[in-house]
Design a protein around this ligand. Structure first.
Ligand code: MSP
Length: 530
């Protein structure tokens, strides 16, 4: 059963993509928040590639600014050595977790600082920058001046620390000149910022400009020497956010790489809601002044909380991805991240929540389906995928569920709802499990005329496993490969093209020798503390 390709109805979200994660501050090791954005980007890129699209991804580390100087000082190291070490930790962590962005930008890279300086010079010459006195409250945690609405009892709402009063001469990026243009752009392009609640938030910021104004984009070297020097005033360095956003251009090869323009055409940024303002307001206006079109989409997710508080370095409640890998296996953690958080909303992390999701979905549903199917094939079909004999409504219903699931996953990924995509895939596993329960091949095997039923039902379950491996490949690449190997088709994922491959129901050759292997996802038993 194969869906005919209808050119009028292409798979949603199958086009080329350039996706970015935020570049992470190089002041402490990666935690669950960074891991989430990075895993979503990795999943999206893998999914697009499975659809046959060109996908390119960039991540990196944000290494300038007062936050880095402060963190380096507490360790008694120079900022350059400090950020180099933490940046390496980020790169190693992603590599160890099997995540490989196509480019990794460090803002201290000379190619990047050259880009920042060239852009500053251009924007300066075009009259977008002017020098003014500034008087305000600065939060080093946020690396920005705060307004009244950012404060709770005089403390920064996110970092729970008192901002510092500052009065100094700064260069200002005159972004307020473009607020009307930006408002109009957001209004005309409903998909520019998603989910919608963040689009509304951006529009609300623009409606009430008292919290916005022009943007201070310099720091006097007398206070901060660690940054990109302004090309038109060597006594100042560039504000860290102006520098950081430009990394999205550097990562895509700006300005000289011939691939840059095509990448920029299809750029989508992934961020957490804490950094909506720089991405929704500063960045489109910066791009306009640089002479580039705005990004195509900004996807905004919520916070991971522990005990109802945002996970963050400054609050010290981090959850380390490497510790999670050591304890539960990275794919169990990766599954939890992608499935538990509805993209756009906050989610809570606890090891109990992780264990209950992983046990219910991966051990009891998916993992159990793999092991019971393959055990039955080993026992009743001589360890080879059987040929179905008399397919009826029950088999057609399972095949139709695989087709429908593939479509549902494509739709969910086109609108960046990985949680819904995984829910649909696990539903397919439940459907096949229920089918097996009803067909009960272990009973049929003991009946005199039950052989055809055994072969048909186990062939159907094996086909279901093949579809599940293909559909899971972007989300849980190792588990998907594990299913393919146990099913005796280790090359299944190598050149697979979706959606067709997952919908080619009868592509699994009868006679394929299966290999039961170990449990795909062992149950997690949480140790109770004494
Ligand atoms: N360096 C800036 C981003 C510059 S992008 C041009 C920055 N870095 S950060 O290290 O603080 O991390 C930013 C991103 O990490 C957030 O936007 C989000 O993607 C992720 N998260 C950090 N903590 C988070 C949670 N507790 N929950 C979810 N994600 C959050 O800001």
């Amino acid at each position: 059963m194969k869906r005919s390709a209808d050119p009028a109805d292409p798979t949603p979200g199958a086009g080329p993509l350039y996706v970015t994660t935020p570049i992470y501050y190089a002041n402490a090791a990666p935690h669950i928040g960074h891991t989430y954005t990075t895993v979503v980007a990795d999943t999206l890129v893998r999914w697009r590639r499975l659809l046959g699209a060109d996908a390119f991804s960039v991540s990196g580390t944000d290494e300038h600014g007062e936050k880095m100087v402060e963190a380096a000082a507490t360790r008694g190291v120079a900022p350059a050595a400090f950020t180099a070490e933490i940046s390496a930790t980020f790169q190693q962590t992603w590599a160890e977790l099997g995540i490989a962005p196509d480019a990794f930008v460090r803002t201290t890279d000379p190619t990047h600082t050259r880009n920042v300086q060239a852009i500053l010079q251009r924007v300066w010459e075009a009259g977008w920058i002017e020098q003014r006195e500034y008087d305000g409250l600065y939060c080093i945690g946020c690396e920005r001046f705060l307004t009244e609405r950012d404060l709770v009892d005089g403390l920064c709402r996110d970092h729970e620390r008192a901002p510092e009063p500052r009065r100094e001469s700064n260069y200002f990026f005159r972004m307020s000149r473009e607020f009307d243009w930006l408002r109009d752009h957001i209004e005309r392009h409903p998909e520019f910022i998603t989910p919608e609640r963040y689009r509304n938030e951006a529009l609300a910021m623009l409606r009430d400009e008292s919290g916005l104004g022009d943007l201070s984009i310099s720091r006097p070297k007398s206070r901060l020497a660690w940054g990109v020097e302004l090309p038109f005033d060597p006594e100042h360095v560039c504000y860290v956010w102006f520098d950081a956003l430009i990394s999205y251009l550097t990562g895509a090869g700006y300005p000289d790489d011939p691939a840059f323009a095509a990448r920029w055409d299809v750029v989508e940024h992934l961020i957490g809601k804490d950094i909506l303002k720089p991405h929704a307001i500063f960045w489109p206006i910066m791009l306009k002044t640089i002479g580039l079109p705005p990004y195509r989409r900004l996807h905004v997710h919520g916070y991971w909380n522990v005990d109802n508080r945002k996970v963050s370095k400054s609050l010290g409640n981090m959850v380390s991805p490497l510790a999670m890998r050591d304890r539960y296996g990275f794919e169990a953690f990766r599954y939890f991240l992608l499935r538990e958080m509805s993209f756009g909303l906050d989610a809570g992390f606890s090891e109990e929540a992780l264990a209950s999701r992983v046990n219910a979905d991966l051990a009891n549903n998916l993992g159990n389906l793999v092991s019971r199917t393959l055990n039955l094939v080993a026992k009743w079909c001589d360890g080879r995928v059987p040929a179905p004999e008399n397919e009826g409504d029950a088999e057609h219903a399972v095949a139709a569920a695989a087709v429908a699931t593939t479509d549902a996953v494509a739709h969910a990924m086109a609108t960046l709802r990985p949680h819904d995509a995984l829910a649909a895939i696990l539903d397919l596993a439940s459907t096949v499990n229920r089918y097996l329960d009803t067909q009960a091949p272990w009973k049929a095997a003991k009946q005199p005329d039950g052989e055809a039923r055994v072969r048909t039902s186990l062939a159907t379950a094996c086909r279901g496993l093949r579809a599940l491996a293909l559909l899971l490949a972007a989300f849980l690449p190792n588990a998907a490969q594990g299913i393919a190997e146990r099913l005796g088709v280790p090359d299944l994922l190598a050149d697979a093209r979706l959606p067709d491959a997952a919908q080619a129901w009868d592509a699994l050759a009868p006679g394929t020798r299966i290999d039961k292997g170990a449990a795909l996802f062992p149950r997690i038993e949480l140790r109770t503390e004494d």
